[in-house]
Ligand binder design. Sequence first.
Ligand code: ATP
Ligand code: MG
Length: 414
Amino acid sequence: MEAEVIAVGSEILAGHTRDTNFVTIATAFAREGIALVRHTIVPDDRDALGEVLRAALARSPLVIVTGGLGATPDDVTRRVMATALGRKLIFREPLLDALRKKYAARGVAMNPASEAMALVPAGAQPIENRVGIAPGLLLRTEQSVLISLPGVPGEMERMLVDEVIPLLRSEGVAGRLRSETLRTVGVSETTLAEWVRPLLGEGVQCAYLPGAGRVDLRLWVREAEREEGALRATAQRLSERLGPALYARGDATLEKAVVSLLAQRGLRIAVAESLTGGRIGAALTDVPGSSAVFQGSIVAYANDAKRDLLGVAESTLRQHGAVSGPVAEAMAHGARVALGADLAISATGIAGPAGGTPEKPVGLVHFGMSEARFARSLRYQMGGSRAMIQERCVTVALNMLRLYTIERLDLLWD
Ligand code: ATP
Ligand code: MG
């Protein structure tokens, strides 16, 4: 099933409001096997909306309109819907009652203009709005279904999830698998592409979505009805091929995967950070429940801090420099002891843009790992801006923790 979205709002076109409703709808539809083929933004203007709406209804079996459904003069959607479909606007008493009750429950008087929200194009079915006031509308034509939802994101999302999707599922339109996301870390895009190519089933396509050392593989098919089986089989084959490079299927983040693996193993961890300035700790604490595994992170940026807070020996600093394997190991060891953790990791490096030398260029990072039986370090040469290097460091650090928990440190040190 192909669908399109029309966002109504001059504020979106002006760049004042981000069209988050579209993202919400697109994400939900992708999950349900509904293919979005077009997205149009129009101002709060009758002619503009009318033109786009007529064109959409002529070509798409499912059209979703968001915004302009309220009772202010700039809200034109219900009127335009009626005109475009040649239907009368009809006053619905039960809707008016419901509106009165909502205002009463909020303790505010309902002004006469708000009564416009009880106007419905003939044949339209109202969609309940449990969060806000304005009800949504569903209208069927011979070839299409037109759904109009409020612009307020919280209301739109609740109505989409609670009313629209269940309805589309009950009609067999939604509920198919059209895409699957396999989330990987530590393997380059080009290598992944070589792995993926021979495993793609008939009709299955793969999009590579890279970011900071992680690559999401989005497998998708055009027609869920016919190709869902091939999609599932491809995802399964590819998951097996990816092995330890695969950290999640679906929505889970690397952060979440790491925290849950550490929790399963009952491990408590500590972090020592220099160039990442707390980002590794921040990534871990983004995950609800991280307190079960995360003891803390010591940000030791200056050499003095590495010495005083982490107990890195002055001689180690002098002999090898702050950006070195021995210092990374000593930092991890120091954090583990200071914070009473089972396992610790560290990162020290040159984020740039200044501060590089021929021997130690910008992007050089040493990571350390320490547990009761060993301390080791790992050297990386990264590219990109300061922010990209820092972000990438978070990925590497998290992946070190992950590989430890799944007993695959051999992938880091053979
Ligand atoms: P109301 O009942 O509040 O009048 P409405 O359906 O008329 O609802 P709008 O007036 O168009 O909706 O928008 C209400 C609020 O929602 C505004 O703050 C607007 O910026 C925001 N909004 C509208 N459309 C979107 C969108 N596509 N994405 C994110 N926010 C949006
Ligand atoms: Mg508006």
